[in-house]
Design a protein around this ligand. Structure first.
Ligand SMILES: Cc1ncc(C[n+]2csc(CCOP(=O)(O)OP(=O)(O)O)c2C)c(N)n1
Length: 553
């Protein structure tokens, strides 16, 4: 059949099962927007292209499907860059479609021309500049295939305006062939891993974000339970095991729980699943591996040995690898180790005080209120993110959305909105700081416009808390540009955007506001005033070993 390039894009989106796209129009993408006018999919108009890409990202993280965003050429396309980088570093499957100046005007510094494939080369898994309309269907299909296959990631397709307008012959795609299982760990590597696990007397399992992306949480849990060993999670792996699972010790890394970090430090064997051993996870990369055997399971061969040298590598799709290993592996004598670990856990249970409003208590209160309900947690970046990671009860994969690799302030609200679109049966609760929330807070307008019932809890400490914390601890309390001189009324801002707003200064006020926001069922902002000087503990200083906790005066 004969279609325009723009119509072919819409057909390809339908073929891929896309039900929602997030975007913002402009001159060079107008043919596609014209085709979207009657398309059988929902377009969510955000306030800013950064909102669109983070929303597509939140949609993908919460649903496991490919998120799609659209922007015009030049400034529209460059506004996507932070969101693409966030998705790239956290291995999130996205397809970003950008308008481009007509092919005859490429390379002439035309109005709103930016070489966006050049700009995004290092923050996309792959990108395409389509110059020949007849190749458009094949390229769109490849973009989706690349975004979701292997280690997922963002793919950008740049569409010159004349390519969107040209006519092409469109043939529907062949039915999807059954997915290949990917590379599997060799039998020999599985046997070696099983032998190492049997020989270990102090093993620990580290779950990373790859477990979530591979939708392999159930298989990871099965292996963990078969082995009966302690389990910890990286920031990206939260939700792989339910927070209250008896073997789960919590978060490892810079702001990890004391017991979790101690277990990793003292372990003689680490079995890491879908983790890239980022510097936030390992602390000192020289001391981290000392005295340990590493078994590394990952889809991406280039992660093996990148940050930590592993003794046994199992490269391939995690689901079959974990299942294969679970069939072969059994723990050695780890009774004494588990008893020691239980003592560490008991000694280091977090204490919650409700003497005044504070973030750890708020996280526990949110967990209490949402227990047993379908909920997705999203965060922004900073102290509140770490308090959320430490104290929220994250119980299922895909219910914890955070910008881990890039740490992009401004991610939280739009990602929460995208997640709310993806999983309308769940309620999305965002935890943000006052600084990062301000960066994309105009997206509350989008929340109101589409009635997306996200509850945004703004932990307002009237400072750029994480920067202030580092200045207190490592820069002799010289608070350079981290204290916000004027308190901003986020509740009033919410109301102006058409979103309900509450303000809480005491624990009782917070409890009442959260219950009211939940019951109201629409988008809501709750501003929670906490102390400016509250700091996140425990903390391992950058480059220190996992048993060297920063002492706070
Ligand atoms: C886009 C961006 N700019 C700067 C930073 C550096 N940064 C990391 S945390 C932080 C402070 C965040 O303050 P706030 O949003 O109020 O959260 P809090 O730490 O107080 O919880 C800053 C500036 C960043 N991560 N992202």
């Amino acid at each position: 059949m004969q279609l325009t390039g723009a119509e072919a894009v819409v057909r390809c989106l339908a073929e891929e099962g896309v039900d929602t796209v997030f975007g913002y129009p402009g001159g060079q993408i107008m043919p596609l927007y014209d085709a979207l006018y009657e398309a059988p999919l929902r377009h969510i108009l955000t306030v800013h292209e950064q909102g669109a890409v983070h929303a597509a990202d939140g949609y993908a993280r919460a649903s496991g499907r490919v998120g799609v965003c659209i922007a015009t050429s030049g400034p529209g396309a460059t506004n996507l860059v932070t969101g693409l980088a966030a998705a790239y570093l956290d291995s999130v499957p996205l397809v970003a479609i950008t308008g481009q100046v007509p092919t005859a005007m490429l390379g002439r510094d035309s109005f709103q021309e930016v070489d966006i494939t050049g700009v995004t080369m290092s923050v996309t898994k792959h990108n395409f500049l389509v110059k020949d309309a007849s190749r458009l269907p094949e390229i769109m299909r490849a973009a989706f295939r690349i975004a979701r296959s292997g280690r997922p990631g963002p793919v950008l397709v740049d569409l010159p305006r004349d390519v969107q307008q040209a006519t092409l012959t469109f043939s529907p795609a062949d039915p999807p062939s059954s997915r290949t299982a990917g590379r599997r760990g060799t039998e020999e590597a599985v046997q070696r891993a099983a032998a190492a696990l049997k020989a270990s007397v102090r093993p620990v399992m580290v779950l990373g974000g790859g477990v979530i992306r591979a939708q392999a949480a159930a298989e990871a849990q099965l292996l963990a339970e078969k082995l009966g060993l302690p389990v910890v999670s990286t920031l990206m792996g939260l939700g792989a095991l339910p927070s209250a699972h008896p073997q789960f010790l919590g978060l490892t890394g810079m702001h990890g729980h004391v017991a979790a970090n101690r277990v990793v430090h003292e372990a003689d064997l680490v079995i890491a699943v879908g983790s890239r051993f980022s510097d936030r996870v390992t602390g000192d990369p020289k001391r981290y591996p000392a005295g340990k055997t590493f078994i590394h399971l990952d889809i991406d061969r280039s992660e093996v040995g990148k940050n930590v040298a592993s003794h046994i590598a199992l490269v391939g799709e995690l689901k079959p690898l974990l299942t294969k290993l679970a069939a072969r592996a059994a723990a050695g004598d780890i009774t004494a180790w588990n008893a020691t670990v239980a003592e560490w856990r008991a000694e280091n249970r977090p204490a919650y005080s409700a003497d005044r409003l504070n973030a750890p208590w708020i996280m526990r209160e949110i967990s209490r209120h949402t227990a047993g309900q379908p909920v997705v947690f999203a965060t922004d970046v900073g102290q509140h993110q770490m308090w959320a990671a430490q104290h929220l009860a994250v119980d299922a994969p895909g219910t914890w959305l955070t910008s881990g690799g890039l740490g992009a302030m401004g991610f939280g609200l739009p990602a929460a909105l995208g997640a709310q679109v993806a999983v309308p049966e769940s309620r999305v609760v965002l935890v943000a700081g006052d600084g990062g929330f301000k960066m994309t807070a105009m997206e509350l307008y989008t929340a109101a416009d589409y009635n997306l019932p996200v509850i945004a809890v703004v932990i307002d400490n009237r400072c750029l808390g994480m920067v202030r914390q580092w200045q207190q601890l490592f820069y002799r309390e010289r608070y350079s540009s981290s204290l916000v001189p004027r308190q901003f009324d986020f509740a009033a801002h919410a109301q102006v955007c058409g979103v309900a707003g509450w303000h809480a200064t005491t624990p009782a006020e917070f409890t009442a506001a959260f219950a009211a926001a939940w019951a109201a069922g629409g988008p809501a902002v709750i501003v929670a005033d906490i102390g400016t000087k509250d700091i996140v503990t425990p903390m391992i200083a950058p480059g220190a070993a996992l048993n060297e906790f920063v002492s706070v005066k």
